[in-house]
Design a protein around this ligand. Structure first.
Ligand SMILES: Cc1cc2nc3c(=O)[nH]c(=O)nc-3n(C[C@H](O)[C@H](O)[C@H](O)COP(=O)(O)OP(=O)(O)OC[C@H]3O[C@@H](n4cnc5c(N)ncnc54)[C@H](O)[C@@H]3O)c2cc1C
Ligand SMILES: O=C([O-])CC(=O)C(=O)O
Length: 587
């Protein structure tokens, strides 16, 4: 098959914080780098990040990278790899200064230093008093970071393919990944991009749930591409529900609201977090706060006519603090909840927010998978970074402010490693025709008319199914039924109906391709969750209420082929310091 083809040293799929920080390293080293994004780069979801990015700068309260590491290991419920966590927490400090020097307009303290706010799960001195570690640009930190990175990439002459949709990875005759087939959304024409190295930086998959803080574009495309390439997804059962989504809608109300002194109340006006986390209260780790809210509602202490949410109180902070630190939240609350937090509380309920799991990588962003007898090998030429990847720094529960950190640190490192890889492997590989045919078949399938449900109908059914069967609390019965329903849904995909077969800017076809990706990723979450018979971090099972380190202190790996599970050990040895052994996790 002959297709229009472009050649680059490196192909980066995704123009969020991870993709753009990687691209910047590559362009700076004079490599030819292509960044493909299905939306204009500055609309990538990093732009929506609100609360901030963690780094132990100690601008407000004493701090150290080692305390940050302790909090992250504890927050992960001891499932995070301690070598990667140590690395990330050490790198956080130069990373934030690098951003500052690149032009990110952080909020400032009176002394001119970067403003830092307290966030959930942060402590001084290994579990002591609350820390203030989250560097913020008001409540629009992601916007500030993404625009700065984009501008720096323009200056460095990164080549952007804006509004191109990546369909699948392609391989050469030896089976080595050598680029991707993409679709130009405007024209509907396919394009082959061949590259010496390929980085998946496609972001999250929150759209698999009906109520989510994630935008429409977060459909797990990179994870699904990896699955189709035979690569497993790691720790997918751990999906974070952010405690404070706008009730019934899902849009995020940043944890920064509680960092600034806001708190949750039930229908009796009781500050209920004091019962669940006596020390940290509203700034306990996210999994703890989300479970507390759901429990309040289940036990009849929810607010409103149906008793199905709690209230977040900010009015006591005063209008000037809200105007200075939380202007976007005031705006969102007015638009989506019809309330002004300066005078009344915001109705909130947990919302699907973040995938702790993803494509397994080592610390250098190289995709790594089991190679038998307990060893691992890297997938030659393939990298992953950002929310679609799992460098294993979040384990079973991510701390707020640690994702922006993850995408920047590991995006940057992946970029650096690709430079070395391309210099050592300077020859361009050519996509094999069988591999191309397979990728093209994903596209041509949608030229046929189906007889079944429409894309929108199946999408709605699927997302409701995920919400009903893989939510905050999960039991064997709920999850088994969910997996069966999802498998039945997957079987119906070949018959799904697409009514618009035009070529030019056909967003219906894009949504059809995304639906296939979402169903694949949804199954990886549901199957992985069904198998893990313990409660750890965000995976909470009333039928197995305890964490079980004897059996389950291990990472899960889900393979699409036969919905098969495998496991691998957690790396508990840090790089230079003593391990933090698993302990009871109280806040
Ligand atoms: C509302 C909200 C607020 C948040 N606030 C914070 C915060 O304050 N602090 C924090 O640490 N974390 C926060 N997070 C989490 C954090 O923002 C994200 O995890 C992170 O920004 C993801 O970055 P990324 O680079 O991996 O992906 P994204 O920024 O999501 O970018 C993904 C890119 O991949 C592209 N893409 C995807 N699929 C395809 C395809 N098939 N073809 C072509 N391109 C594709 C997209 O176009 C996009 O360019 C927040 C998350 C949400 C939802
Ligand atoms: O602002 C928020 O609460 C979101 C956030 O920090 C995160 O997801 O890390």
């Amino acid at each position: 098959m002959s297709l229009p083809t472009r050649h680059f040293d490196a192909l980066i799929i995704g123009a969020g914080g991870a993709g753009l920080n990687a691209a910047l390293q590559l362009a700076g080293a004079d490599l030819r780098v292509a960044v493909v994004s299905k939306v204009f780069p500055t609309r990538s979801h990093t732009v929506a990040a609100q609360g901030g990015v963690n780094a132990a700068l100690a601008n407000v309260l004493p701090d150290s990278w080692h305390w940050h590491m302790f909090d992250t290991v504890k927050g992960s419920d001891y499932l995070g790899d301690q070598d990667a966590i140590e690395f990330m927490c050490r790198e956080a400090i130069p990373t934030v200064y690098e951003l500052e020097h690149a032009g990110v307009p952080f909020s400032r303290l009176d002394n001119g230093k970067i403003y830092q706010r307290p966030f959930g799960g942060q402590s001084q001195n290994f579990g002591g008093d609350q820390a203030a570690r989250t560097c913020a640009a008001a409540d629009r930190t992601g916007h500030a970071i993404l625009h700065t990175l984009y501008q720096q990439n323009i200056r460095a002459r990164t080549h952007f393919f804006d509004e191109f949709f990546a369909i699948d990875l392609v391989r050469d005759a030896e089976g080595i990944i050598c680029g991707a087939l993409v679709l130009e959304i405007e024209t509907g024409e396919p394009l082959l991009i061949e590259s010496k190295a390929t980085l998946l930086a496609t972001g999250g998959c929150g759209q698999v749930f009906r109520t989510t803080s994630n935008a429409h574009i977060n459909t797990g495309d990179g994870c699904a591409m990896a699955l189709r390439a035979g690569i497993p997804l790691m720790d997918m059962e751990f999906f974070q529900f952010h405690p404070t989504g706008i009730a019934g809608k899902g849009m995020l109300i940043t944890e920064g609201t509680r960092g600034e002194g806001g708190y949750l109340v039930n229908k009796h006006g009781e500050r209920f977090m004091e019962r669940y986390a006596p020390r940290a209260k509203d700034l306990a780790s996210r999994d703890v706060v989300s479970r507390a809210i759901v429990t309040e509602v289940k036990e009849g202490r929810g607010c409103g006519e149906n008793g199905d949410y709690v209230m977040l109180k900010l009015d006591h902070l005063g209008e000037s603090v809200i105007a200075k630190r939380l202007p976007g939240i005031r705006e969102s609350s007015k638009i989506f909840a019809g309330c002004d937090p300066v005078v009344e509380p915001i109705p909130v309920f947990p919302t699907a927010h973040y995938a702790m799991g993803g494509i397994p990588t080592d610390r250098f962003g190289r995709v790594a998978m089991p190679a038998g007898t307990g060893s691992e090998e890297v997938v030659v030429g393939l990298y992953a970074a950002g929310e679609c990847a799992c460098a294993s720094v979040h384990g079973a529960n991510r701390l707020g402010g640690n994702s922006l950190l993850d995408i920047l640190v590991f995006g940057r490192l992946a970029g650096k490693d690709i430079i070395d890889f391309v210099r050592e492997n300077p020859y361009q590989r050519a996509a094999d025709s069988a591999s191309l045919d397979q990728a093209m078949a994903r596209l041509t399938r949608w030229e046929q008319k189906g007889e079944g449900a429409t894309v929108q109908e199946l999408r709605a059914e699927f997302r409701k199914c995920m919400e009903d069967h893989a939510g905050v609390f999960r039991t064997e019965e709920i999850m088994s039924e969910g997996v069966e329903r999802l498998r039945a849904l997957r079987d119906r995909l070949p018959e799904v109906r697409l009514t618009d077969h035009s070529k030019v800017f056909n967003t219906a076809r894009i949504e059809a391709l995304e639906l296939e990706n979402m169903v694949d990723v949804g199954l990886s979450i549901a199957v992985s969750a069904l198998h893990r018979q313990e409660s750890r971090g965000a995976h909470s099972r009333p039928d197995y209420p305890e964490r079980d380190d004897q059996v389950w202190l291990k990472h899960s790996l889900y393979y699409q082929d036969g919905d098969r599970m495998d496991y691998k050990p957690v790396r508990t040895k840090p790089l230079t310091v003593e391990s933090f052994p698993p302990k009871e996790r109280v806040y």
